[in-house]
Write a protein of this length. Sequence first.
Length: 418
Amino acid sequence: MARNDGIDRTSVRNLAVSDKAVGNTQQHNEREKDSYRNPDIIPQRTSWNVHFKKPTASYTDLFAQLEAAGTISTRGLKPDATHYCELVFDVNSAYFDNHGGYEFAKQFYADAYKAAIQIVGGEQYILSAVMHADEINRAMTEALGREVYHYHLHVVYVPVVEKQILWSKRCKDKALVGTVKETVMQVSRSKKWASKPLLDDAGKPVLQKSGKPVLKKSYSVLQDDFFHYMRNAGYTDVERGERGSTEEHLTVTQFKVQREQERLDTLTAQIDQKEQHLTQTNKTLSKTEKELAAVQKKVTLTKEALIHARDPDYIGKRTNYSLTEEELSKLKKQADHGYMMDVENRRLKEELSTAKKEAVRWSNKYHDLWYDVKPYLDALHRAPELVRGFLEKILAPKQERTVNAPQRNRKRGQDMEL
């Protein structure tokens, strides 16, 4: 969060991009859309955007090329695994404006791109890297009386980790069993960004009271690494994005924005919960479909077996059939079983219909909630200064009535992360 305290801070976000969303990500980053929901994008400025790595094909085609060439491996991945990630590097608009604007931003993000190559593990895994220079900062533009643009860098990449494939027990040469057969770069977002144990000065893991190691979040490490890289590159006048703060150090406007951020976090958590429920509903739906298919198969077989046996008692009396008592008993049981299968079939069809309706309902709720929250998230990210000004005007009367609220809540907010 920009603090307006005279300190410029770097930040980098790592976003998971699903296969369904990667097309939209490409259209946004490469400016392929005819129109945008973000009103701060100025189409006439698109030519000012700078590619540090320009894609030669669509993101999905580039991924397929890497896989075909053996550069990456998707062996053993689940169908819904995440294949793409995006790093978004950012600094508050005033930092670039105070250092010369566009030309300085190009050099800064050229160095940030070098950091991205190290973070990703190699330029070959990067699909696109583009600095956006066409998003205006309306609050600063109005305040300074001249156009001020917000510069930031998007880097779309494939998350990979090194994986060793061992010779299995089926290997004819028993001496090779358990040794490394080959090393591949496995696509895996979870392993790429797994949290690691926190080490003390002696290099040993810091333990909790329970004896379990204290984990340092991977995204916190990402912030540290990017900050140190930019410091080493000569940008000594920027600070790391803040780890946390308390209310007593916040201005009134900043406190209002922080409360709004908490509200957005709550809505985002609700989206996650709805998404999980939708996933579980889809799993139940899939299971029910499989059960229904199995029952239908049994019913078909039963009907084929009974095609000439509508009345087992009558069959046993016909002279051109010869059935033993045991065979007749089995045939009757099979007829009863076929009837039960029909009943089960109808029940599963009803459950399947209900599950499909439930999946549609949760899907609609999830998407409605996501679209409600997205403008808030976009506004806070792209124009924090403008959002603060807007909230100050809207919430000022409430603040006057609750002027002592920040003091009462001070203790409760001391561990707050911004």
